[in-house]
Design a protein around this ligand. Structure first.
Ligand code: NAG
Ligand code: NAG
Ligand code: NAG
Length: 348
């Protein structure tokens, strides 16, 4: 990093450390969820300019129709979280509205003053107990829409917008003690030692970037290179800061995951829907063809790309803290901003 960036970075860290942390202790978790999974759960700072907040899972189903290759397919009606698993892996939950009209439902629910998304289940906590005290807890965050950002801040050079957005933190525990935390960022992410990250009490802080919701360990500006397109750093950036605080635990479903059987079980009994977790299709529209007037493709990158797969596709039984994606897994012990040079080792 250059000196200017270093000064900004240092100042940001000092400012974050000085800000009085909110004390958030109230949790709505069913019986049986390991206490440490709650006690050390991340808190998420959304960006101050965020337009696309965390969103209710059922709302995504209510506002989309299942399509394969852009054609509607037979599906349970109404679609809900207990019948979603009837759909195949080739299905795209496709917006009923033209998303370029920015319909209200894609904007999600801004957390209230108590950091809760009211009347919206916006997160899923998935606990993988591997035995011998080794537990990975996944904190899955759902947003109805991903605004991809602008190259060089130019409105016409926008890409990577998509309907549906799943992001996550994963905390690795050893006998109830948090050791490492993973922050998902686009196709990859960053791993840090638990003791290294910023916290509110025991709870690590995640900073969700404006629009794209990539999770960073610090506020500031983060380079985000374009896959297969070697642009200089800083051309496309993620921005994080302390806008609205979101406590995902306050409106979440909680599950245990059995990797051997590839099964999920809800904590809290039958009131919690489980079937949706087996849906292997996409939570948003399929990438529009260039014949669609909404679409622009530049150097192979689409303005509107396909929606993501759900939690079952996030390597819930990974052996490293990082998912296995061909990139080196660096377990960082110091907080550093994401810079273009990082891509040399981490890829994207
Ligand atoms: C934040 O995202 C919105 C679109 O969702 C965009 O209009 C705005 O310019 C972005 N601001 C920053 C600081 O990134
Ligand atoms: C979902 O719809 C099915 C019918 O397809 C119904 O039996 C079930 O109760 C509904 N589940 C919820 C959570 O509303
Ligand atoms: C899950 O991960 C553990 C530890 O990495 C491994 O021993 C086990 O075989 C994995 N289970 C499955 C079903 O892949």
């Amino acid at each position: 990093m250059n000196m200017f960036r270093f000064i900004i970075f240092t100042a940001t860290l000092i400012a974050s450390a000085a800000a009085a942390p909110a004390k958030l202790d109230q949790r709505q978790a069913p019986a049986g969820v390991p206490d440490y999974v709650l006690k050390y759960a991340p808190l998420v700072w959304l960006h101050s300019a965020e337009q696309y907040f965390p969103s209710d899972l059922q709302s995504q189903l209510s506002n989309t129709i299942p399509r394969v290759n852009f054609n509607a397919v037979a599906a349970p009606n109404p679609l809900n979280l207990t019948n979603l698993n009837a759909l195949g892996a080739d299905v795209y939950l496709t917006s009923k509205d033209d998303i370029t009209t920015n319909p209200q439902w894609i904007k999600g629910v801004k957390p209230d003053g108590a950091a809760k998304t009211q009347n919206a289940i916006t997160a899923a906590v998935i606990v993988n107990d591997k035995g011998n005290g080794n537990v990975d807890a996944f904190y899955m965050y759902f947003y109805a829409y991903n605004w991809g950002g602008e190259v060089l801040g130019i409105d016409q050079l926008q890409f990577g917008n998509h309907v549906g957005d799943w992001e996550h933190n994963m905390i690795r525990f050893e006998s109830g003690t948090p050791t490492y935390i993973w922050y998902s960022q686009h196709a990859n992410g960053q791993a840090f030692k638990y003791t290294s990250v910023l916290k509110d009490g025991l709870r690590p802080l995640a900073f969700s970037s404006n629009g794209s919701h990539a999770n960073y360990a610090i506020p500031g500006t983060h380079d985000h290179t374009i896959p297969n397109f070697n642009l200089p750093g800083g051309v496309l950036e993620d921005h994080t800061d302390k806008g609205a605080l979101w406590d995902p635990l306050l409106a979440a479903y909680y599950y245990a995951y059995d990797a051997g059987a590839n099964r999920f079980a809800a904590y809290g009994g039958d009131a919690t829907p489980v079937e949706w977790l087996y849906f292997r299709g996409r939570w948003g529209d399929q990438e529009y063809p260039t014949s669609d007037k909404r679409q622009i493709k530049l150097f192979g990158q689409a303005k509107y790309s396909s929606g993501p797969t759900g939690p079952i596709d996030k390597q819930l039984n990974r052996s490293n803290v990082c998912p296995d994606n061909g990139n080196k897994c660096i377990l960082r012990t110091i907080l550093v901003p994401k810079r273009a040079g990082d891509e040399v080792v981490e890829g994207l």
